[in-house]
Write a protein that binds this ligand. Structure first.
Ligand code: P53
Length: 484
């Protein structure tokens, strides 16, 4: 064997990640309420998902079906165990616990469902890593309360958090509050506004202010949930969860460098608030300049400062490149000025593949927040094809993982970044969040279902399954075994 990876610590959590709404299906089972994911039609590569007013009778809603994991998880966990997974990140569907979100009593059937699921995981020696709200909220909170613009949602969320922390206090140690809380930097796009903040029916003029307002409420709710978790069980680790896409300057022109830095500040101020416990000055100045009224109270400030997150959970898929726009306020949103990076290739969905950016990002976050990190998503969405023997030879996926894991290992072993674990995204094929497709596959395990939900649902191992199994067994050393 020539090339090798670097050995990761013995207790490192090699895992896999998914989210409830993208694989469970069973959208009306066990007393589950309608969630925001249930009103999103399927899109396609380049075609955005449409949000409907409630569930329309003939719509293609892929999250209603997922991969039927609601019924299949016990068998799926056996495959996870065989692959060597030590951790499994999923989310609790809020709508299974509080179907409308504003009830005072939880739905016992929903609580029992996750009790059984976590027991099954633990029996297989797999540690659950749980997100409270992964692009999933009761749709009722949109229609009755206007989503996270409404302060009342803080109480609803904290009640939900308290119920599940208490119920699973001896089963789940690792938690995260809101998935990719910073994805709403693209507030010009209605889809993240709904997914992240349950915001719908607003005018274009108010969108940006609403995004900051909703985010503020989410971060207060997250801090309060962290407080409650530690009261219930001080061993619990509650992370924030950030979509980490480094934004680079397109050139060494200082103007581009300054602008790219502001793009980073804009995308990651959520981390500043959740990890460092306060808003950065540039943002407060910008709000003042724009006349935004976010209503940050003295009490809010105290809560944010006191109950910061325990670790930085993050996803990593790609990096972006920007050039200066000439704006004195350096205003950046995700639709600003993104150019192609001539040094990087793109996936079929236009995501720029940048392994070195992962090591860069881990160092950047370590310096800025000084908290342990947890990679809770990383992966390669691709069109997989079965050959004549029904096998998927996904060498492109293996190579994506080799390149990224190699940089992760350097960040930990050579740079000393503290990292709890690594959970590749979509460890089993599931419904894509951005497009609603099944055809955008991430898994080590293939699921025989297409974009219309047709197929046997049968599971089979891709080549990447065996590759990952060997990697985990060797604590990260046997990284290139498929090339030998
Ligand atoms: P899909 C956009 C950009 C980066 C990450 O994404 C994103 C998104 C989606 O809005 O989401 C995360 O399925 C997310 C997962 C999602 C995964 O990345 O669009 O936390 O729910 O499935 C991959 O290819």
């Amino acid at each position: 064997m020539t090339k090798q990876g670097l050995k990761m610590p013995d207790n490192f959590l090699w895992g896999g990640a998914v989210a409830a709404h993208q694989l469970e299906g069973g959208w009306q089972e066990g007393g589950k309420g309608v969630s925001i994911a249930d009103v999103m039609l399927a899109g396609k590569n380049g075609v955005p998902r449409v949000v409907t007013d409630g569930v329309l009778p003939d719509g293609n809603y892929p999250n209603h079906r997922g991969i039927d994991f609601y019924h299949t998880y016990a068998d799926d966990f056996k495959l996870f165990k065989e692959m060597g997974m030590k951790a499994f990140r999923t989310s609790i569907a809020w709508t299974r616990i509080f179907p409308n979100g504003d009830e005072t009593e939880p739905n016992e059937e929903g609580l029992q469902f996750y009790d059984d699921m976590f027991d099954a995981l633990i029996e297989n020696g797999i540690e659950p890593v749980i997100t409270l709200s992964h692009f999933e909220m009761p749709y009722h909170l949109v229609t009755e309360y206007g989503g996270w613009r409404n302060r009342k949602l803080i109480d609803f969320f904290v009640r939900f958090a308290e119920v599940v922390f208490d119920r699973y206090k001896n089963k789940v140690k690792y938690w995260m509050t809101f998935n990719e809380i910073n994805n709403q930097t693209s507030w010009k796009d209605p889809h993240p506004m709904l997914q992240n903040s349950a915001l719908k029916d607003y005018s274009e003029d108010e969108a940006q202010e609403l995004m900051y307002l909703a985010s503020h409420h989410e971060m207060v709710a997250s801090a309060l949930a962290t407080k409650v978790a530690h009261e219930i069980n001080p061993e619990m680790q509650v992370g924030c969860m950030i979509a980490m896409n480094p934004v680079y300057p397109a050139s060494s022109n200082p103007k581009d460098i300054l602008f790219a830095e502001r793009a980073m500040q804009t995308r990651y101020y959520w981390g500043d608030v959740q990890a460092n416990g306060k808003y950065p000055n540039w943002l407060l100045k910008m709000w003042e300049h724009k006349g935004f009224n976010i209503g940050v109270t003295e009490e809010d400030k105290e809560i944010l400062a006191k109950y910061t997150c325990d670790y930085i959970g993050f996803s990593y898929y790609m990096s972006w490149t920007v050039s200066d726009t000439g704006d004195e306020w350096l205003e950046y949103d995700e639709t600003t000025n993104h150019g192609d990076n001539p040094f990087l290739k793109q996936s079929d969905w236009g995501w720029q593949i940048d392994p070195v950016g992962l090591r860069y990002a881990m160092n950047w976050m370590w310096d800025r927040w000084q908290k342990p990190q947890f990679i809770v998503e990383n992966g390669f969405g691709a069109y997989d094809k079965k050959d004549e023997n029904g096998e998927v030879h996904d060498d492109y996926r293996i190579s994506y993982f080799q390149n990224h894991i190699s940089e992760m290992e350097k960040a930990v072993v050579l740079d000393g970044v503290e990292l709890y674990g690594y959970c590749p995204w979509g460890v089993i094929d599931l419904v894509s969040a951005s497009t609603g497709e099944m055809a955008k596959r991430y898994g080590f395990i293939y699921v025989d279902l297409d974009d219309m939900g047709e197929g046997s649902g049968e599971r089979s191992k891709k080549d990447s399954f065996n590759w990952y199994q060997k990697l985990v067994k060797s604590d990260g050393v046997d990284l290139y075994n498929n090339e030998d």
